[in-house]
Structure formats: structure tokens, C-alpha cells
Design a protein. Sequence first.
Length: 230
Amino acid sequence: MKIGFICANFPGHINPMSALARHLQTRNHEVIFLYSTSANGSPCVPGDQRDDINANRPEMSKLEGHPALEFYCGMAAKKTDAIFKSLPKMVETTGIEGLIIDPIQFFVQLGDRKLGIPYITVATTFYLDYFGYTPLCAYDWSHETTPEALLRNQEGIVNCVRPMYNDATKAYAKEADLDHPSWIFSELAYITQIKKGLIAKTFYYLLNSITRDRFMMARVGPKWIFPGSD
């Protein structure tokens, strides 16, 4: 099987993804990194546009907290929009049969869903707690369990994700006839170091952004999971 990889062009993302790619090669799969210029020796096909995310990495490394998130999210949104436009041609040119996607490139999975390509989600970075039990790793907030802290953490999540859920993403989701662009994680597999219950909460918050409802549910694969009760 020929498998394409889409992930952020940062060492912390490329390194684990390329290790996974090498393991797949030992199982006689063909691998190729899309929209990348280098992947530790793995085959790559760069995109047509300049890689602004990697080019601005030195500047972004000087930022902390919300400014760092805002800076990255703005560039990531532009790259996602470019991938939406170029993915059909990329798939046809490379002949890939499946994709492995790093979820830090937010919403790019919509392109796979529109094209009907099977894909797997592989998280390579720190876990982003979309449920709000702990602050996102980009913030320097202390861990607290008060209702006020939970609300603060949830609002931080919304501030992080909202810039990428822009008009272009909404239009693409509508064009792809998807109920909501937050149904983005793979129904085949989500590979991470975090237990299933927390992943269910991640699904929930990407679907609903912020809510004060007490009872929640999320879809994981073919099952519905009720966070807090599983």
C-alpha cells in the first residue's frame, strides 16, 4: 500500500512520523511525505507554495502563550487552505492509497473525507486537553480544579481553535457535504499516548467549541462515548 504523510515540518513532528514511516517500510508499504521538503531520508513531495510555517520557525520560537498560538494558527490556516486546493492533484500525481495525518495541521482531514481516502490520525505533540481539565501546554497557567479555572481553560481552547475554523474551512466543509468540520479525526484509528476517555473529550470540544452543558457525548470510531462515565 502507498501511504502519504501530512504533518507539520518541525523536527518534533517529522522525527516521530518518519520513524513510523520507516517501520511501515519494513512491512513492505511504500511511504511518501506530502507538502514536505525533508523527512529524514523518506521520499517527499513539496507543495507548490512556500512553507511559511517552517520558514518562520525561528521567529515563532521566541513567542510564548497566546501570541505563539495566534502566530502558528494564522500560518496553519493558510497552509490548510492551500492543501484543500491542491490535495486532489497531489493524490492523483503520487498515487497514494491512504494517509497518515498529524492533527496539529488542523482541519486538513476534511480534504481526505471529501476525496474518500482512508486516513489515520497520529498525534505527535503534547496532548492538547480540549476538555479543559488542564491548561493547553502553550499557556503558563497553573493547574487548578475550580469551576473558574475550568472555564478559563475552555476559553483558552476556543481562542486557539477559532482562528483556524475560518470562512474557508466552513465553505470547504459545506462543499464536501459534511455535517460539521469538527468530525475530522479518523474513524479507523487515532494513535496517541492518551487514554480513550480523554480522546473522546477532544472530539467533543472540537465539535461544540465551548459549552456549559453538563451532559456530553462524542463519537469515537463506530461507538459513542460519554465523557466522564467511561
